[in-house]
Design a protein around this ligand. Structure first.
Ligand code: ADP
Ligand code: MG
Length: 245
C-alpha cells in the first residue's frame, strides 16, 4: 500500500497561447495513481507551462484537468495548489527563517496549525528527507542539495496528492544532484503520484513509469521508458536523444 494519499492526474486536450504564441497545442497526459510520469523535451517545448496550467497558475484556453477523475477547473485554485505540491529549479526558501520555519510556514497559514503543531509536523517531514538535524539552521548554511530537499519537505508537509518537479536538479552542482534524485526516487517508490520535468535521462529511464516527450507544444511520443529510450519512433525523439545522451 502507498505511504501517500495520492491520486490520479489527467490533462485532456490542453491548449494555451501567450498572445500569438500557441505554446500548448492539445496536450493529453494521464498519470495513474501512485505512478511517476517524466516529461522530457527541448527547451521551449512547453514543459514548464504545462505544469503551471495543471496546477492552475495559468488558466488553459481549452481542455480539462482532472484529479482523481474529477475536473478541477471550477474549483478554487488555492485549494488545488494544496493538493498538488510543486518543486522548482530555484528552491525559493526564505533566507531569514530557519529550515523548520520554512517548512512550517504554510502549515500555519494554509492549514491553520498552531506553532507547536506546525513545528512538530515540519520536523517529521525534515526527518523524511534526512535533514531533521538542520531544523534550526538557516538555508544559507545548507548545500544547494540540502536546500532543495527542504523545499521538497515543505511541499510534502501539505500532504499533496500529486507532486510536480520542474527541473528540480538543474541548478545544483553535479555532486549534489544524486541526493535529490534519490529522494525523488524514494517518493516514487513510496507511491506518490508525480510529474517530473527533467533533463536527467537516467531518472527518466530508471525511475519513471512513463515518459512523455514534448516538442513544439505537442506530445510527440509517450510510453514505457524502455520503449522511449531504446526504440523511439519519431525522428524528433531520435534527434533529441542523440543530443542529450
Ligand atoms: P520549457 O519548460 O519546455 O523550456 P516553457 O513552458 O518555459 O518551455 O516555454 C514554452 C514557450 O512559452 C516558450 O516559447 C516561452 O517563451 C513561452 N512562455 C513561457 N512562459 C511565458 C510567459 N509567461 N509569457 C509569454 N511567453 C511565455
Ligand atoms: Mg522549463
Amino acid at each position: 500500500m502507498s505511504e501517500f494519499a495520492s491520486g490520479s492526474l489527467t490533462a485532456k486536450n490542453i491548449h494555451l497561447s501567450f498572445g500569438s504564441n500557441h505554446v500548448l497545442r492539445g496536450i493529453d497526459l494521464h498519470v495513474p495513481e501512485g505512478t511517476t510520469a517524466s516529461v522530457i523535451g527541448p527547451s521551449g517545448s512547453g514543459k514548464s507551462t504545462l505544469l503551471r496550467v495543471m496546477n492552475r497558475l495559468i488558466e488553459p484556453d481549452q481542455g480539462d484537468i482532472l484529479l482523481d477523475g474529477r475536473s478541477v477547473l471550477n474549483d478554487n485554485p488555492d485549494v488545488l495548489r494544496r493538493r498538488i505540491g510543486m518543486v522548482f529549479q530555484q528552491f525559493n526558501l526564505f533566507p531569514h527563517k530557519t529550515v523548520a520555519e520554512n517548512v512550517s510556514l504554510a502549515l500555519r497559514k494554509l492549514r491553520g496549525m498552531s506553532k507547536e503543531q506546525a513545528r512538530e509536523e515540519a520536523l517529521e517531514q525534515l526527518d523524511l528527507v534526512g535533514l531533521k538535524q538542520k531544523a534550526d539552521a538557516r538555508p544559507a548554511n545548507l548545500s544547494g542539495g540540502q536546500q532543495q530537499r527542504v523545499a521538497i519537505a515543505r511541499a510534502l508537509a501539505m500532504k499533496p496528492e500529486v507532486m510536480f518537479f520542474d527541473e528540480a536538479t538543474s541548478a545544483l552542482d553535479p555532486e549534489l544532484v544524486k541526493g535529490v534524485l534519490s529522494l525523488m526516487a524514494d517518493l516514487a517508490k513510496g507511491g506518490m503520484t508525480m510529474v517530473v520535468v527533467t533533463h536527467e535521462m537516467g531518472f527518466s529511464r530508471n525511475v519513471s513509469d512513463t515518459v512523455t516527450f514534448m516538442d513544439g507544444g505537442v506530445v510527440v511520443e509517450s510510453g514505457h521508458p524502455e520503449q522511449i529510450f531504446t526504440a523511439p519512433d519519431t525522428d524528433r525523439l531520435k534527434g533529441f536523444l542523440s543530443d542529450v545522451l
